[in-house]
Write a protein that binds this ligand. Structure first.
Ligand code: LLP
Length: 423
């Protein structure tokens, strides 16, 4: 359950009226509920308590230092995919021994840095990468822990852009090639292959795809045992879905009931990499209605946030619930269908299409829900728009966790060659 609720006529985040936040900080504004964030982390931790998993929150979902620090403070590890995320993870105080590193395209510099910092292990996605890490480790005179990311070829029943465990996807290594790698593991003298990894997709609402993948993994682990392979970890990735619209996703409890028997049987230490499940419903994007525009065919609510702030509708046709910060007076006002659109010069710049909304006026404020995951972290400066401010609410207190960018931030890294300088 998230903590964005109406109290009387106003939408609150925990104990703070969001209207007060937009008056104070302006819009577009990302508002996060600290307790929703922590609650979701605990829900998963509690459901799986029997196996004492290491939950490595997936930094890409929302990489703000305050979000990372809040989770690290509660014992979370972190799942990273770049040198930049490693930097953030360490700045947020995450012990390196709780960091796992995936990505199909790690550069040598990124690999070296992660080795130097002594992360728990790399999730390796190809034989070529494995050989490269081995070479780098040899040069650095180190033995490096790696897990093999398996592509188990299962259908997660989610959007095709966020399906990652089918054999046609670029991620992971198929079972037969992975088996071949274990046969030649002695040649990879500077690697300790200590685990297996899967991540089959994102916004997965059922347990069946996990069961399918884990059943295949259990079978594979059995085959490996027969050739004397000793593993320590099984990293089952992230992907747990949340409610954006009318989904009925598995709860942490149901998920745990389904997967625990399979996980226990492996006798390995279990790692999870949830992102969206933890932070998705812990954040909203608050925005102000700039104009209302009627055309012969449509009504448009034009707001001051755009696809540069939250790209999910544009990119995946994703549904996000939209609520006015002031509850409508009576149901009869909920009469209008409209598109909620941003100011960006693209027709893909929308938050909702033909959505039934209460009648709105210029100057009203809206909250786009479910914006905590893949919201700010996928935001950009497109159309030279400064990125939004981010605040975290903790009961009746609010903390700025990223200040609004300024116009000078936009050009901070740009240079005009001297021959073009007129001043
Ligand atoms: N582990 C790995 C290796 C991943 O690639 C991902 C997400 C996760 C964990 C976390 O997945 P989650 O628990 O959040 O589903 N931008 C898309 C989602 C892309 C997910 C990419 N990988 C969206 O907005 O729906």
């Amino acid at each position: 359950m998230h903590q964005f609720k109406y109290k009387a006529k106003d939408l609150y985040c925990e104990e703070i009226k969001i209207q007060d936040l937009v008056n104070r900080f302006g819009t577009p504004l990302y508002v996060y509920s600290y307790h929703t964030l922590i609650d979701h982390f605990w829900k998963l931790q509690r459901a799986l308590t029997e196996i004492k998993p290491l939950i490595c929150y997936s930094v890409k979902a929302n990489s703000n230092l305050a979000i990372l620090a809040a989770l690290v403070d509660r014992g979370a590890g972190l799942d990273i995919v770049s040198g930049g995320e490693l930097y953030r993870a360490l700045k947020a105080g995450c012990p390196p021994q709780k960091i796992v590193y995936a990505s199909v395209g790690k550069t040598n510099a990124e690999i070296e840095e992660a080795i130097k910092k002594k992360i728990l292990f790399f999730n390796v996605e190809s034989l070529a990468e494995l050989q490269n890490i081995n070479r780098i480790a040899a040069r650095m005179k180190k033995t490096v822990n790696v897990a093999i990311r398996i592509n188990p070829d299962v259908e997660p029943k989610t959007h095709k852009f966020i399906t990652t465990g089918k054999i046609t996807n670029k991620f992971g290594i198929d079972f037969e090639r992975a088996y071949g790698i274990f046969l030649i593991r002695n040649r990879l003298a500077n690697l300790n292959i200590c685990g297996l990894h899967i991540h089959i997709g994102s916004q997965i609402t059922e347990s069946a795809p996990y069961i399918a993948a884990l059943t295949k993994m259990a079978d594979f682990i059995g085959r490996l045992k027969k050739i004397g392979v000793r593993l320590e970890y099984l990293n089952i990735g992230g992907g747990l879905g949340i409610i954006y619209d009318k989904e009925t996703p598995q709860t942490a409890h149901n998920f745990a009931n389904k997967v625990l028997p399979l996980l226990k049987e492996t006798k390995l230490k279990i790692i999870l990499e949830p992102g969206r499940f933890i932070v998705g419903n812990a954040g909203i994007l608050a925005t102000r209605v700039l104009y209302i525009k009627s055309t012969p065919k449509k009504k448009f609510i034009i707001v001051d946030a755009g696809m540069n702030d939250l790209i999910r509708p544009a990119l995946y046709d994703a549904y996000h619930q939209i609520l006015p910060l002031k509850a409508p007076q009576n149901a009869a006002r909920r009469s209008e269908k409209a598109d909620v659109v941003g100011p960006i010069c693209e027709s893909g710049d929308f938050f909702a299409k033909d959505r039934r909304l209460p009648r709105l006026s210029e100057g009203d404020y809206l909250a786009v829900l479910g914006a905590g995951a893949y919201g700010f972290s996928m935001s950009s400066n497109y159309n030279s728009r400064t990125r939004a401010e981010e605040v975290m609410v903790v009961k009746d207190k609010v903390f700025v966790i990223r200040k609004r960018e300024s116009n000078s931030d936009l050009i901070a890294h740009e240079m005009i060659p001297p021959f073009l300088l007129r001043l």
